[in-house]
Design a binder for this molecule. Structure first.
Ligand SMILES: *[C@@H]1O[C@H](CO)[C@@H](O)[C@H](O)[C@H]1NC(C)=O
Ligand SMILES: *[C@@H]1O[C@H](CO)[C@@H](O)[C@H](O)[C@H]1NC(C)=O
Ligand SMILES: *[C@@H]1O[C@H](CO)[C@@H](O)[C@H](O)[C@H]1NC(C)=O
Ligand SMILES: *[C@@H]1O[C@H](CO)[C@@H](O)[C@H](O)[C@H]1NC(C)=O
Ligand SMILES: *[C@@H]1O[C@H](CO)[C@@H](O)[C@H](O)[C@H]1NC(C)=O
Ligand SMILES: *[C@@H]1O[C@H](CO)[C@@H](O)[C@H](O)[C@H]1NC(C)=O
Ligand SMILES: *[C@@H]1O[C@H](CO)[C@@H](O)[C@H](O)[C@H]1NC(C)=O
Ligand SMILES: *[C@@H]1O[C@H](CO)[C@@H](O)[C@H](O)[C@H]1NC(C)=O
Length: 777
C-alpha cells in the first residue's frame, strides 16, 4: 500500500510537471458546445468551481507516454476517469469534439477510427457537454421548452476510481451495470483482473478476481460495512438505492470540502485517498476459507494448499535454471499468483516486467520472486523459548525457505486445548515406558541422560538430518554408542498414538532394518534411540569418488539384495504393511560389515497416521525418488517404494545421484539417461567407473533391467518386491521388457506450467501436496 501511495504521488508530481509546462490554461470553461473541440495542447474544461478538469493527460505520469482523455481532480491531480480503456494510443495529436450532429468523439491523427463516446440515433444539433463539479462529464440534449435530457455521462463508464455520487450497481431500465475495473498494471490502459461491484441481492460490495468473488464487504448497518475498517468509512455517507429503476450504491463525503475517493489497484486492493489504510485487501485473500476482512473462500482450492499458504516476495539467491512460461501480455501479477496457486507443483513465480506486463517464469539468481510460504501458526517451542522450526540444513537457501514453510504446520488449535491434552498425556508416559520395556526390552531413557549423551544436542554430535528431525550420535553411560533421533515436534500426535506407533516399530525386526533400542519423552520432545551404525550411510560411500572404491561390485550387489529383503519385509509383514515413502541412499545405513539397514521406516506412519490434521500436511518424500503418482497425486502404495528402490538401484550401479545428474551435457535425469543407454544397448557405460570394470556383466545387466522395470510410469507395471527378489536371485532371464520410464525428458525447454516437463527440474520442485512432501536433497 505504502508503495502504491508513493508511486501515485510520484506519478502525480511528474504529471503536474508535464501538465504545467505543456498546457496553457485559458479562462475556465466547463462546457463543450456543438462544433467545439479540445486538443492535447489547448483548453482543458474546468468544472464550475474548479474541482475537476477534463483534458488529454498522460496516464501513469510517464513523460514519454501518450495522452488519454481524462478527468483529473484539481485538488491533488489524481486521475479519476479516462475515456480510453482498452485502447492503446500511440499518438499525441488528439482532439475531443462535439460535432453538429451531436456526436461526442475523440480523434487521433494516427488512429483511423475515432473513439466514439456518444452518437445519437438521429443527428441533433442542440446539445452541450459539461464537466460538472461532481467530476461527471455529461452530454445533454437541450429542448426548446427549456428542459434537457441526459444522453451520455462519464459516470456510466467508471474506470478504477469511485468518487462521490458515482454509482455502482445496476440500472434496471436499461440493464446497464456500473462497476469498477482495475488496470492490468499500474498506469496501463488495459483492464486488469479485479472488479468492484455492488451486489443488489445481498446489498453488499464485492471484489471479484476474473469473475470469481474474493472479497465481500458484508452487510451495511448504521452506515458501516462489516468488513471495511472504520478509518476508511467513518468519513463517508453511504447512499443505497433499491427500487424498480435501479439498485445502486454510492457515497458522499460527510464534509463536502474534502475530496474522498476509492481506488481499485491492479493487485486487488481497494485504497482510499484520505487514509493510509485500505478499504479492502482482496490481494490478501487466499483460497482457503478466510472470512477475516471480508475474504471469501474460493470455489476450487487445490487440496495441496492449506490455511497459511501465501505468496511472499523473496530475493532468489540460488542459481536457478531459466524457465519461462506463459508469455501472455494480458496477464497480471494476480493471474500469475492464481495460476501458481492452483498448480500444486508451482512454488513461486517471478515478475517479469515488459511494458508493465508480467510473465510467469522461474528465475535467475538475485532477483525478486514470489514464493509460496506458509504464514500460519508456527508451533511454539516449549518453555517459552523462541519459536523454532526444524529444518534441514545443507540445502539451498531457497529450498530452505520453502522447506521452512512446510514444516511450519498451521495447526489452529487453541493453546489451552493443547495444554489440557498434554496434562492428560503426561500421565501416560510412565505406563508407556513400562509396557514397551516388558514386551520388547525397549529402554526408556531419562531426558537428562539423553541430553548428556549428545552433549546437549551439540552440532559436533549431529550425524545428519532426516526428514523427521535431526540425528545425533550419543554415548550412553555404559559406553554404548547410539544414534539419537530427535523427532520434529508433532504437536497433534498424542501420547497414545505415539505409543501405538512405537509398538508397531518395535515389532518390526529384520536384519536389514535398523533396530530401535529405546525412546525418551520429555514434554513435547519425542526422541528415538537406535543402534549406532559405524559405517554411516550408503550415500557417504556411493557418491564420493574415493570412498566409492570401497564398494566393489559384490558388495554393491549384496547391498541391493539386502535392501530388497528389508523392503519386502516391510511390505509383506503380516500385521502392518509399512510403506517407507522416503527410501533413498541416505536412509540406508551400513553396519560394521557393510550390511545395509533401512532406517526411518515406519516414520511416515508415525507422522501421518493419527490426527486428521497431521495426515493432510506431513510426510516427507525426496525428489528424484518419488514415483509420479505419489509426487503428483499424493497416492502412495508399495509400488511407490518400488519406484524409489529402482532409482536407488540405478544409483548404486552408476555411483551417481539421480538428482545431481542434470547438467548441460546430460539434459536428462539418471532414469532418463539409463533409458537412453538401455535403448542403444550401451547400458554398460552406466556402470560406476570406480569399479574399474571389475564386475559381473550378467548381474549388472540384470540390475539395470530390474531398475528400469521399477521406475515404470504406471504403478501396475512395476514389479512387487517379491518379484524383484526373485529376479535378483535367479539366473533365468527376465521376461518383461521395460517401457519408457516415468520422468524421462529429452529437451531443456521447460515451461513452468507444463506439468510433466516441469517436474524434471529438481531444484524448482516444491511439492505442496496434500501430504505436504518436501524436497530435501
Ligand atoms: C489545438 O487547437 C488549436 C486551436 O484550434 C490549434 O492552433 C493547435 O494547432 C491544435 N494543436 C494540435 C496539437 O492539434
Ligand atoms: C459528426 O461525426 C460523425 C461521426 O464521425 C459523422 O458521421 C457526422 O457526419 C459528423 N457530423 C457533422 C455535422 O460533421
Ligand atoms: C438545428 O437543426 C434544426 C433542424 O433540425 C434547424 O432548424 C436549426 O436551425 C438548427 N440549429 C442550428 C444552431 O444549427
Ligand atoms: C420538452 O420537450 C421534450 C422534447 O420535445 C419533451 O420530451 C419533454 O417532455 C418536454 N418537457 C416539458 C416539461 O414539456
Ligand atoms: C470540513 O473541513 C474543513 C477543512 O478541514 C473544516 O474547516 C470544516 O470545519 C469542516 N466542516 C465540518 C462540518 O466538519
Ligand atoms: C467459511 O467461513 C464461514 C464464516 O466463518 C462459515 O460460515 C463457513 O461454514 C466456512 N466454510 C467452510 C467451508 O469452512
Ligand atoms: C532466459 O530466457 C530468455 C528467453 O528464453 C532469454 O532471453 C534470457 O536471456 C534467459 N536468461 C538467462 C539468464 O539465461
Ligand atoms: C491481449 O488482449 C488484447 C485485447 O484484449 C488481444 O487483442 C490480444 O490478442 C491479447 N493477447 C494475448 C496474448 O492474449
Amino acid at each position: 500500500m505504502r508503495l502504491i501511495f508513493q508511486k501515485l504521488v510520484l506519478a502525480f508530481m511528474q504529471l503536474w510537471l508535464w501538465w504545467s509546462s505543456s498546457i496553457h490554461v485559458d479562462a475556465a470553461d466547463d462546457s463543450l458546445n456543438p462544433g467545439d473541440t479540445i486538443n492535447s495542447s489547448l483548453h482543458p474544461l474546468y468544472s464550475k468551481s474548479n474541482k475537476y478538469l477534463l483534458a488529454f493527460i498522460k496516464i501513469g505520469g510517464q513523460v514519454d507516454s501518450f495522452p488519454y482523455l481524462a478527468i483529473m481532480s484539481e485538488y491533488d491531480n489524481a486521475i479519476v476517469w479516462d475515456a480510453n480503456q482498452e485502447q492503446s494510443i500511440d499518438d499525441s495529436d488528439a482532439v475531443l469534439s462535439l460535432n453538429l450532429s451531436g456526436v461526442l468523439k475523440i480523434e487521433y491523427a494516427s488512429v483511423k477510427k475515432p473513439i466514439i463516446l456518444y452518437s445519437p440515433p438521429q443527428p441533433i444539433n442542440n446539445t452541450v457537454a459539461t464537466l460538472l463539479d461532481t467530476g461527471n462529464f455529461v452530454l445533454q440534449h437541450l429542448h426548446p421548452n427549456g428542459t434537457n435530457t441526459l444522453l451520455w455521462q462519464s459516470f456510466d463508464y467508471p474506470t478504477n476510481t469511485l468518487i462521490p455520487t458515482m454509482k455502482l450497481g445496476v440500472n434496471h431500465k436499461t440493464g446497464h451495470r456500473w462497476l469498477l475495473f482495475s488496470q492490468l498494471t499500474y498506469g496501463s490502459a488495459t483492464r486488469g483482473a479485479f472488479s468492484l461491484e455492488w451486489e443488489p441481492r445481498e446489498q453488499e460490495l464485492m471484489i471479484r478476481r476474473r469473475g470469481k468473488v474474493c472479497w465481500k464487504s458484508g452487510k451495511v448497518r448504521n452506515n458501516r460495512f462489516e468488513n471495511i475498517p472504520e478509518d476508511a468509512q467513518g468519513v463517508l455517507k453511504y447512499s443505497i438505492v433499491s427500487n424498480g429503476d435501479e439498485d445502486t450504491f454510492s457515497f458522499t463525503s460527510k464534509n463536502e470540502s474534502h475530496t474522498r475517493r476509492w481506488f481499485l489497484s491492479d493487485t486487488g486492493q481497494l485504497s482510499c485517498n484520505y487514509n493510509e489504510g485500505d478499504v479492502a485487501r482482496a490481494d490478501l485473500c487466499y483460497g482457503y476459507n478466510n472470512t477475516e476482512g471480508g475474504c471469501q473462500r474460493w470455489q476450487d482450492i487445490p487440496k495441496c494448499r492449506i490455511p497459511g499458504d501465501v505468496f511472499t516476495k523473496k530475493i532468489l539467491r540460488s542459481n536457478y535454471q531459466n524457465v519461462t512460461a506463459d508469455e501472455n501480455e494480458n496477464i497480471s501479477y494476480s493471474d500469475c499468483e492464481a495460476a501458481c496457486w492452483s498448480d500444486c507443483y508451482c512454488n513461486g513465480f517471478k515478475e517479469f516486467s515488459n511494458d508493465g506486463n508480467y510473465i510467469v517464469e522461474a528465475t535467475v539468481s538475485g532477483e525478486d520472486i514470489y514464493l509460496l510460504e506458509n504464514k500460519g501458526n508456527i508451533i511454539p517451542h516449549h518453555q517459552g523459548t523462541k519459536r523454532r522450526i526444524w529444518i534441514s540444513t545443507g540445502i539451498a537457501t531457497t529450498l530452505l525457505i520453502i522447506c521452512a514453510s512446510i514444516l511450519c504446520l498451521a495447526i489452529k488449535k487453541r493453546k489451552h486445548v493443547l495444554q489440557e491434552k498434554k496434562r492428560k498425556e503426561m500421565s501416560l508416559i510412565e505406563d508407556l515406558g513400562n509396557d514397551l520395556n516388558k514386551k520388547y526390552g525397549l529402554k526408556v531413557l531419562d531426558y537428562t541422560l539423553v541430553v548428556a549423551a549428545t552433549n546437549e544436542f551439540s552440532s559436533e554430535n549431529k550425524l545428519g538430518q532426516g526428514g523427521f528431525g535431526p540425528v545425533y550420535k550419543g554415548t550412553l553411560p555404559t559406553g554404548e554408542e547410539v544414534a539419537i533421533k530427535r523427532l520434529a515436534r508433532s504437536s497433534t500426535q498424542g501420547m497414545v498414538e505415539f505409543k501405538n506407533e512405537l509398538t508397531l516399530i518395535c515389532e518390526l525386526q529384520h536384519m536389514n532394518l535398523v533396530q530401535l533400542l529405546g525412546c525418551c519423552i520429555h514434554e513435547e520432545e519425542k526422541i528415538l534411540i537406535y543402534d549406532y551404525m559405524s559405517n554411516k550411510s550408503l550415500d557417504f560411500y556411493l557418491f564420493d569418488c574415493t570412498r566409492s572404491k570401497l564398494l566393489d561390485w559384490n558388495r554393491r550387489f549384496s547391498i541391493i539384495k539386502g535392501i530388497a529383503q528389508g523392503l519386502l519385509y516391510l511390505h509383506k509383514y503380516s500385521r502392518l504393511k509399512v510403506i517407507h515413502r522416503d527410501l533413498k541412499a541416505s536412509n540406508i545405513l551400513l553396519d560394521e560389515n557393510m550390511n545395509p539397514k533401512i532406517s526411518d521406516f515406519g516414520m511416515a506412519r508415525m507422522f501421518t497416521q493419527q490426527d486428521s490434521i497431521s495426515n493432510t500436511n506431513r510426510v516427507v518424500g525426496t525428489y528424484g525418488y518419488m514415483s509420479p503418482e505419489y509426487a503428483m497425486e499424493g497416492i502412495f502404495s508399495t509400488k511407490s517404494d518400488v519406484y524409489s528402490f529402482g532409482v536407488l538401484l540405478l544409483e548404486i550401479v552408476s555411483g551417481r545421484k539421480n538428482t545431481s545428474f542434470y547438467d548441460d551435457d546430460h539434459p536428462l535425469n539418471l532414469v532418463g539417461h539409463v533409458w537412453e543407454l538401455w535403448k542403444d544397448d550401451k547400458y554398460f557405460e552406466l556402470v560406476d567407473p570406480s569399479l574399474n570394470e571389475v564386475f559381473d556383466h550378467e548381474e549388472v545387466q540384470r540390475c539395470i533391467h530390474i531398475g528400469l522395470l521399477c521406475v515404470e510410469h504406471y504403478a501396475n507395471d512395476r514389479p512387487t518386491m517379491s518379484d524383484i527378489i526373485l529376479m535378483l536371485t535367479s539366473k533365468s532371464p527376465i521376461v518383461s521388457l521395460p517401457q519408457k520410464p516415468a520422468f524421462y525428458v529429452q529437451s531443456r525447454n521447460y515451461f513452468f506450467y507444463s506439468r510433466n516437463d516441469y517436474f524434471y527440474l529438481n531444484i524448482y520442485v516444491l511439492i505442496l501436496k496434500e501430504s505436504k512432501m518436501t524436497t530435501f536433497t
